[in-house]
Design a protein around this ligand. Structure first.
Ligand SMILES: *Cc1c(COP(=O)(O)O)cnc(C)c1O
Length: 384
């Protein structure tokens, strides 16, 4: 050990002055094995060794996403980078996009469309509700000139999981491109890229795969690359044709990739395999989410999302009468547990419990034990 390890302890003290169990919306608690892999010394992203890591990670993620025809891309960015890329590469300047909005992240997509000089046509649902296939079909009948449809698979602000498979079917019946923000879904909710005909689906490393932030992942269809060829001003950083070229020619990226995160994601995908494969892993997420919802309801609290569309990664809960969400958040923090505050328009009405990444059964027990005590201390009488 060098004599400068003190420097590490000093930084650790800034970021982690005391232990904390995370039930956040992202970044989330990472698997210890993932963090361990990220300590491996770096080397050039043009080296043969790096290329092998990149190739293997892409292959594992493509298997997980059932993307054999689509191309899996890894880029140095947060997830929103691919949101921007989808618009710049696959929508004609001034072209129209049907943006479905069921919460804050749908609004972000609308903004990405506008700020890149394209025109959003918005299908918006009341908060807590999903987009239904017949509603999407209706909107597409009324707006035949849109080039693409955007869907937030899992709306992190309301805890709603959209029925992506059914919605994708409608989009394909209308022959439109489909862009999916799966930032808080990929790794926890089923995604079948080829079968469902998804054109771009993207996510960030710091959500359901339980890896630190800095890496964005996506699967991109051949149609998108074809369309991109007709759009000259794709920009420098998110030019999907160039990013694909580097992938195909040298298993790497045009700009320097976050090698530690890619090593971490590779480990996460190996853990999936060692756990028994994608179905088992997704099952683990479904069970964990079910347990969190049960715990919330047993306390007598109400879920924000419409039944039948519950998120596998985040549970949004109405504040109990007379109790403020941020107070619950602060009280839990004092007890070494960090949940997520309400977000967007419902920030004053709700609080959120994230259940992504490295969370043990004991962590969940501790969460509910403490939440119960906090609620009682704030004058709320839990149901059971
Ligand atoms: C977290 C989140 C984002 C933003 O992701 P970044 O990695 O911060 O760019 C976008 N959409 C959804 C649904 C999210 O949960």
């Amino acid at each position: 050990m060098s004599s400068y390890m003190d420097a590490v302890r000093e930084v650790e003290k800034i970021l982690w002055p005391r232990p904390m169990k995370l039930f956040t919306a992202g970044p989330v608690a990472c698997f210890p094995e993932v963090l361990e892999a990220m300590r491996i010394q770096q080397l050039s992203h043009r080296s043969k060794e790096y290329q092998e890591l990149h190739r293997d990670t892409v292959k594992r993620l493509a298997d997980f996403l059932l993307a054999r025809k689509a191309t899996v891309l890894l880029i140095p960015s947060s997830g929103t980078g691919f949101m921007e890329a989808s618009i710049r590469n696959a929508v004609t300047p001034k072209g129209k996009v049907l943006v479905t909005v069921i919460g804050e992240f749908g609004n972000r997509y609308r903004e990405a469309v506008e700020r890149n000089g394209r025109v959003p046509v918005v299908l918006e649902k009341p908060l807590g509700k999903p987009v239904l296939p017949e509603e999407l079909d209706d909107a597409l009948r009324k707006n035949r000139d849109v080039e693409a449809v955007t869907i937030t698979y899992n709306e992190t602000s309301t805890g709603v999981l959209n029925p992506l498979r059914e919605l994708a079917k409608v989009v394909k019946e209308h022959g439109k491109l489909l862009f999916v923000d799966a930032v808080s879904a990929m790794g926890a909710a089923d995604i079948r890229v080829d079968d469902w005909g998804i054109d771009i689906v993207f996510a960030s490393s710091q959500k359901a795969f339980g890896v630190p932030p800095g890496l964005a992942m996506a699967a991109v269809s051949e149609e998108v690359f074809e369309k991109a060829k007709s759009i000259p001003e794709r920009g420098l950083y998110f030019d999907l044709l160039e990013i694909r070229e580097f992938l195909v020619k040298q298993w790497s990226t045009p700009t320097t990739p976050p090698i530690p995160q890619i090593a971490g994601l590779n480990v996460a995908l190996r853990i999936v395999e060692k756990m028994g494969g994608r179905e088992r892993w997704l099952g683990m997420y479904a069970e964990r989410a079910e347990r969190i919802r049960r715990g919330v309801q047993e306390l007598g609290l109400k879920l924000f999302a419409e039944p039948g569309y519950y998120s596998p990664t985040i549970t949004v809960v109405y504040n109990p009468p007379g109790v403020k969400g941020p107070v619950i958040y602060e009280e839990l923090r004092k007890r070494g547990i960090e949940i997520a505050k309400g977000y967007g328009k419902v920030k004053d009405e709700t609080f959120r419990i994230g259940h992504m990444g490295y969370i043990t059964s004991e962590d969940i027990d501790a969460l509910f034990r403490n939440l119960r005590e906090v609620l009682i201390s704030l004058g709320f009488k839990p149901a059971a």
